[in-house]
Design a protein around this ligand. Structure first.
Ligand code: G16
Length: 546
């Protein structure tokens, strides 16, 4: 069987690549201004179909979203059959297809791909796809669907939903009627699975005061409203920033990225939050979670991905011990260079900790090496993975005391409340609420697990971010040459100083992170390093930091 060239040619002609643009499958797939992405969507439709054929007809996921990025941006990423990110070797195939200049070139790249990857075109191809609430979404999905049509893909439209629900659906579809069944392959199945496990985990605990959720005016608002119905009184939720159809509202002065980068409460929430109240923010596609609270002097405290990792990992370690499994089940942590020095110190004194480059795929793979791998980026993106062997151990272990039995059941229910396919703000929120209920913690006790070093993250707009190359899990620059030495010289002058520079994989910027003993020093270090980056590359004076 050969490629349906005529159908591909006819439809490809409708979705021509803008001449001046270069696309790159990066940290989270393709991501740029939405209106430039139509040709990419069409090609991704075909690529997803080919990936499915290559994997014997297993269902591949396609998510159309730009997550925390501004509303005019959009993006697309592929999800592999177990709900994990696309295998790294296919990222370059995606990039090559996206950059084919015209229909002839595109067909040539496709033919080569089919040949070199030995894709059996007679196999079925199946895809499930969804989008977030961005205004550019419908037109981009239409282009994606043309890609499916061109290759004859069996495509299932999951509609408007969160990225983590799409990942859940992919795994649920591929494990249906197998011994690894992940849940019913529907949004209801997802809600049912999470809420049932949550209710079992908090049974008998005092009712929680209501939790405020800042939904970033994104697709998480719809999912959170549905989840709230399933949770009922087990967790009262107050949903704010739910304006999914108001132009310009998505991620604007709200959401997880705003809280993390601005280190303050979204202004739209101020009048709702009183001293002692805990709240959390989702991002635009509900795969990141950021908690915060006001202390009794109305001072803002952020509980980010690092704090979530510390809270959750310690809880799991205690349950493993209480279940009598400390010799069988090893818990480990995965972080990135953005992890606060305070968290790395706290965690590495207790558990094995690994540092990997930014991007869920890196964290996920590293976490798979532990029996229980807890991974969180400081930006609130993360989850917990229980290895298949660990899940089998939990299922087979014979507890010898009632206390062991209770701890074991809690661990089993945790495997159900946690979305193990990818970071999931709603699932992570339930996980946090479980731990807070079990520990009888408010935000204050949680926050006091360790003290964060003051830190600052800034962006520098540069003419060409590709000249920035890193090593040592992005903690050091190897290019431009000499810049790392200047950063080192500067950093040495600050007590507990640490700084690094890396090119973003989702935005056309270079990111600079700095931390130091005192707030003013962390800010100064960040802006001085950003100044070094700027001076190295030259750029628009309007964008010079500091
Ligand atoms: C994506 C990735 C995250 C990464 C973030 C920022 O998040 O999934 O792993 O931390 O981008 O990446 P960068 O600094 O390379 O731009 P999201 O929430 O936007 O999908």
């Amino acid at each position: 069987m050969s490629l349906p060239i005529d159908d591909i040619r006819r439809l490809a002609d409708l979705h021509q690549k803008p001449r001046h643009l270069h696309f790159q499958y990066g940290t989270a797939g393709f991501r740029t201004i939405g209106e430039n992405l139509e040709s990419v969507m069409f090609k991704v439709g075909i690529l997803a179909g080919l990936r499915s054929k290559r994997l014997d007809g297993h269902t591949i996921g396609v998510m159309v979203t730009a997550s925390h990025n501004p509303e005019p941006d959009n993006g697309v990423k592929l999800v592999d059959p177990r709900g994990e990110m696309l295998e790294a070797s296919w990222e370059s195939h995606a990039t090559a297809l996206a950059n084919a200049a015209d229909t002839d070139a595109f067909i040539e790249v496709l033919k080569n791909l089919v040949k070199t990857l030995k894709i059996d075109l007679s196999k079925p191809s199946r895809v499930v796809y969804a989008r977030d609430t961005r205004p550019s979404g419908p037109a981009l999905v239409a282009a994606l669907e043309d890609g499916f049509t061109a290759l004859g893909v069996e495509a299932r439209n999951a509609g408007v939903t969160t990225t983590p629900i799409l990942h859940y659906l992919v795994r649920a579809i591929n494990t249906k009627s197998t011994k690894d069944t992940y849940g019913d392959d529907s949004v209801e199945g997802y809600m049912q699975k999470l809420s049932t496990a949550f209710k079992k985990l908090v049974a008998g605990k005092p009712a929680s005061p209501p939790l405020i959720i800042d939904c970033a005016n994104g697709v998480g608002a719809e999912a959170a409203a549905t989840l709230s119905k399933y949770l009922g009184e087990s967790l009262p939720l107050i949903l704010l920033n739910t304006e999914t159809t108001t132009p310009g509202a998505l991620n604007h002065a709200c959401g997880a990225d705003f809280v993390k980068t601005q280190q303050k409460i979204p202004p739209s929430l101020s009048s709702h939050i009183k001293a002692g109240q805990r709240a959390c923010s989702l991002d635009g596609d509900a795969d990141r979670l950021m908690y915060f609270y006001l202390d009794d002097r109305s001072q803002f405290h952020m509980l980010d991905g690092d704090k979530i990792a510390a809270l959750v990992a310690a809880f799991i370690v205690d349950l493993v011990k209480s279940a009598g499994l400390e010799n069988e089940v090893r818990v480990g942590i995965v972080q990135t260079a953005y992890a606060n020095g305070g968290s790395t110190k706290y965690l590495s004194e207790r558990l094995p900790v690994r540092c990997v480059p930014t991007g869920v795929k890196h964290l996920h793979h590293a976490a798979e090496r532990y029996d229980v791998g807890v991974y969180f980026e400081a930006n609130g993106h993360g989850t917990v993975l229980f290895s298949p062997e660990t899940q089998a151990t939990l299922a087979e272990h014979q507890p010898s005391t009632p206390a062991q039995s209770t701890a074991l059941n809690h661990l089993i229910n945790l495997t159900q409340v946690i979305n193990q396919t990818v970071g999931d703000a709603l699932s992570d929120m339930l996980l946090v609420e479980v731990v807070l209920a079990h520990r009888s913690y408010s935000g204050v006790e949680w926050d006091s697990l360790y003290v964060d070093l003051p830190n600052r993250l800034v962006k520098v707009v540069v003419p060409d971010r590709s000249i920035f190359k890193t090593e040592d899990a992005e903690r050091r620059l190897v290019s431009p040459s000499g810049l790392q030495a200047r950063i080192d010289d500067l950093t040495r002058k600050y007590e507990a100083g640490r700084a690094f520079v890396r090119p973003s994989g989702t935005e056309d910027v270079v990111r600079v992170y700095a931390e130091a003993r005192l707030r003013a020093q962390a800010d100064e270090l960040a802006y001085r390093v950003a100044g070094l980056v700027y001076d190295e590359t030259g750029g628009d004076p309007a964008t010079r930091p500091g």
